[in-house]
Design a binder for this molecule. Structure first.
Ligand code: URA
Length: 211
């Protein structure tokens, strides 16, 4: 089935929680709680196309053919460190998913992403692979992360974030048009420091209480 490149998850609960998270006075604990809650709702949308098969089961009343997820388990890939905040909630919904981590930093001279950590599940070619990072800003790290996941065999990829900037969406459309993006909101633009406007600030700092 053909997929839209960008899906805005406009469920009222998602939008309501996102508005609270954007507010600068929300505490670290409050931000973390909302992120967990919102990630459960986002997980629901990003997994909508998972394929089902039927299995024969016995209820207390009778036998039936009932739907179950088909095939290999999902792979969830968190882009460190902020991706971990989204990952936790999604794992509550899909506890059997395999999990990987990709760490990238920006070289201060070349401004290009450099990989410092990469540990991903085996047999990515047979799994739906959902990459998570709350903020899609320039898209440079995401494009680099998807490059290395494709090199590791991933074919059926999706990206899930909370907020996207048009610049990052366009960068992904050019580099990886086959990877659909799911986001709770598409914001206006990036500022001169690469922050999303209006955004919610630094997602990692807000969820971990660092500054
Ligand atoms: N990363 C963040 O955490 N916030 C932004 O606004 C952009 C990138």
């Amino acid at each position: 089935m053909s997929q839209k490149h960008l899906t805005i998850i406009d469920h009222p609960l998602v939008q309501h929680k996102l508005t609270i998270m954007r507010q600068k006075d929300v505490s670290t604990a409050g931000f973390r709680r909302l992120l967990r809650e919102i990630s459960l709702l986002l997980a629901y949308e990003v997994t909508r196309e998972l394929e089902l098969t039927t299995t024969r089961i016995e209820t207390p009343i009778c036998e039936m053919d009932a739907p179950m997820l088909e095939g290999k388990k999902l792979a969830l890939i968190s882009i460190l460190r902020a991706g971990n905040g989204l990952l936790d909630g999604i794992l509550e919904m899909i506890p059997s998913a395999r999990v990987g981590f990709v760490g990238l930093y920006r070289d201060p001279e070349t401004l290009q992403p450099v990989q410092y950590y990469n540990k991903v599940p085996k047999e990515l070619d047979a799994r739906m692979t959902i990459v998570v990072d709350p903020m899609l800003a320039t898209g440079n790290s995401l494009v680099a992360a998807i490059d290395l996941l494709k090199q590791a065999g991933a074919k059926n990829l999706r990206f899930l974030c909370l907020l996207a900037a048009p610049e990052g969406v366009e960068r992904m459309r050019q580099a990886h048009p086959d990877v659909p993006i799911f986001t709770a909101a598409l914001d206006e633009r990036l500022d001169d420091h690469g922050y999303i406007v209006p955004g919610l600030g630094d997602a990692g700092d807000r969820m971990f209480g660092t500054k």
